[in-house]
Write a protein that binds this ligand. Structure first.
Ligand code: ZN
Length: 137
């Protein structure tokens, strides 16, 4: 992951250091992955890692690493004043992984599939797509 441009853009010169020190926990909690904001560990659902789409997992890793950076900067990751799709920390994380998605040649349609999760309402999904400049219909 340290060679991925989007990750290097996230951490700059500290890329190797941050990745070396990052702790990952495999968990049965949650369907995908998330950052534990109390200890900075990256929590990954074992089931998702086993059965998930490899590209989705790759993009999620880039997304979550942005949250690691935000946590290091002292930002509040789960600011309840915002809904998920309008939270600035989420928009920033999505911008990095979408940039990488385009770099690896994913179509806009495939990126839309990536953005759309089962727990997101249609209006929220459209708002998110708009915020991160992906044209989804
Ligand atoms: Zn996120």
């Amino acid at each position: 992951m340290e060679k991925v441009e989007a990750v290097r853009e996230t951490f700059g010169e500290r890329t190797e250091e941050v990745l070396e020190n990052l702790r990952i926990e495999f968990t049965s909690v949650g369907g995908y992955m998330f950052v534990n904001n109390s200890n900075g560990h990256l929590m990954i659902s074992s089931k998702y890692l086993r059965n998930g789409d490899k590209i989705d997992i790759y993009l999620d890793l880039i997304h979550e690493l942005v949250h690691i950076k935000q946590l290091m900067e002292g930002k509040e990751l789960f600011d309840i004043h915002y809904g998920y799709t309008e939270r600035p920390t989420e928009i920033e994380a999505y911008c990095y992984c979408i940039k990488e998605a385009r770099r690896i040649g994913l179509s806009e349609e495939r990126i839309c599939c990536y953005l759309k999760t089962e727990w997101m309402s249609e209006p929220d999904f459209k708002q998110l797509a708009k915020s991160v400049n992906v044209s989804c219909f």
